[in-house]
Design a protein around this ligand. Structure first.
Ligand code: SAH
Ligand code: TYD
Ligand code: ZN
Length: 405
């Protein structure tokens, strides 16, 4: 039996992807033998409703100097984080000497804007490579995992934070108890802890099951975030649905009693209850969708191969590891994947060992079909690669179902 990381209750499994590699583990051919595998299975706690993975991968295996994901790799995300910074500056960072801490600041895409406004800031980022990129832009970063001890040290050295912000990071942290105790140590009495992560409600609705991989330990809802916040003396006072990464929610958390909860919080929690979002039957329905999508995608790729069509993948996303490895798609069905990230180019996709080529080579020559693994950046990529479709190329997407665009 697996115990809930939050409350110790029983986690009931609703889907099992089997043995899977680490989704951001892009290796050179000579290094693939040493790859780490774990059991990727997901369940819901019968007591507190938190949806979580059943096996935890040691954090240093995922987040280290070589972590390849660069937040600035998408124009739309750069705009999103610039807007986020402006919103925080206007609403929360208005006192005489405000202080903003970001957990998982990556290459500094958000904090760079805070820095440009002349506001005191600190990123906490364990992955040394991306942290160096942020420092090159003048952003202050502490190369460390955020947890209770780190937070207490920052509070002692730099004082309390008015804002603690995190994007696509809190769901990566199994030890949420330590995170909340850290927020308690670091946050000013009337400060806010703001974080945004993929929303289980969108994952179930849009069948975006590839959001499930090693790094995404939790799949949050307003209900589960409210409940975990309460355990540590905090209150969920705001929720905002965001269109990025296929649907996320931004949660605003304050010390209990410090701020009145906005009406949207109760509305979203009621909607989640109406939808039965934490019921095992609903979650098992997602599982049926996963099998259908993977079967359809393999059938389409086989059909295209038989017809002699040239097919490639686009976007060496972390998400795609779940799809490729669960569906059993290798280089025989999909000979290569194109991507813009320097640290991924020339490496192999984890588990499937499909080679990654520079997106600059996409048109030399264009394939007939391209599977869009970065489906969350569809508009941006389809616009950038307009020449592909102009020359007769077709995009294939697989969420919410397999389709040729
Ligand atoms: N905020 C960025 C990066 C998301 S990727 C964005 O939204 O694009 C997740 C980041 O969290 C990685 O850079 C990873 O190194 C970092 N991370 C993982 N565990 C962490 C922890 N305990 N404390 C701080 N950062 C962490
Ligand atoms: P993303 O979907 O943001 O995240 P994850 O890895 O967490 O699933 O990753 C986008 C990937 O797609 C990243 O490797 C960069 C790549 N990419 C391109 O190759 N071209 C583009 O135009 C964009 C926007 C992204
Ligand atoms: Zn629980």
């Amino acid at each position: 039996m697996t115990r809930c990381r939050i409350c110790g209750g029983q986690v009931r499994k609703f889907f099992d992807f089997g043995r899977q590699p680490l989704s951001d583990d892009f290796r050179a051919e000579e290094d693939v033998a040493g790859a780490y595998y774990f059991q990727l299975a997901v369940g819901a706690c019968a007591s507190c409703s938190m949806v979580q993975l059943l096996e935890e991968v040691p954090r240093e295996r995922m987040f280290n100097y070589d972590y390849p994901y660069h937040s600035s790799g998408s124009q739309r995300m750069r705009e999103h984080f610039a807007q986020t910074a402006r919103d925080l500056l206007a609403a929360e960072l208005t006192g005489p000497d405000p202080f903003c801490v970001e957990i998982g600041s990556n290459d500094g895409v958000m904090l760079g804007v805070v820095k440009d406004a002349g506001v005191r800031h600190l990123g906490v980022e364990p992955s040394g490579g991306v942290a160096e990129l942020a420092r090159k832009d003048g952003v202050r970063v502490r190369t460390d995992f955020f947890e209770e001890s780190t937070a207490a040290q920052i509070a002692a050295e730099e004082g309390r934070a008015d804002v603690i912000y995190a994007a696509n990071t809190i769901c990566h942290i199994p030890y949420l108890d330590s995170v909340f105790r850290g927020v308690d140590a670091l946050l000013a009495p009337d400060g806010v802890f703001v974080f945004e992560d993929p929303y289980l409600g969108d994952i179930v609705e849009r069948h975006t099951f590839d959001q499930i991989y090693d790094e995404h330990f939790y799949l949050f809802t307003a209900t589960s975030v409210r409940d975990v916040a309460r355990r540590f003396g905090f209150e969920l006072v705001g929720v905002k649905r965001l269109p990025v990464h296929g649907g996320e929610v931004r949660y605003t958390i304050a010390r209990a009693g410090a701020r009145p909860p906005a009406p949207e919080v109760e509305a979203l929690i009621s909607e989640e209850a109406r939808r039965g979002l934490h019921d095992l039957d609903t979650l098992k329905g997602l599982g049926a969708g996963i099998d259908r999508i993977c079967d359809d995608l393999v059938a389409l790729l086989r059909d295209l191969r038989e017809r002699g069509a040239r097919v490639a993948g686009y976007g060496a996303t972390a998400k795609s590891a779940t799809v490729l490895n669960y569906a059993g798609i290798g280089a025989d069905l999909l000979p290569c994947v194109y991507d813009t990230t320097p640290a991924k180019i020339g490496r192999l996709m984890p588990g499937s060992h499909i080679p990654i080529r520079s997106a600059a080579e996409f048109g030399r020559p264009y394939p007939d079909y391209a599977v869009l693994f970065a489906w969350n950046h569809t508009e941006e990529i389809v616009a950038r690669e307009a020449e592909f479709t102009a020359q007769g190329g077709r995009w294939i997407v697989y969420v919410p179902s397999v389709r040729i665009l």
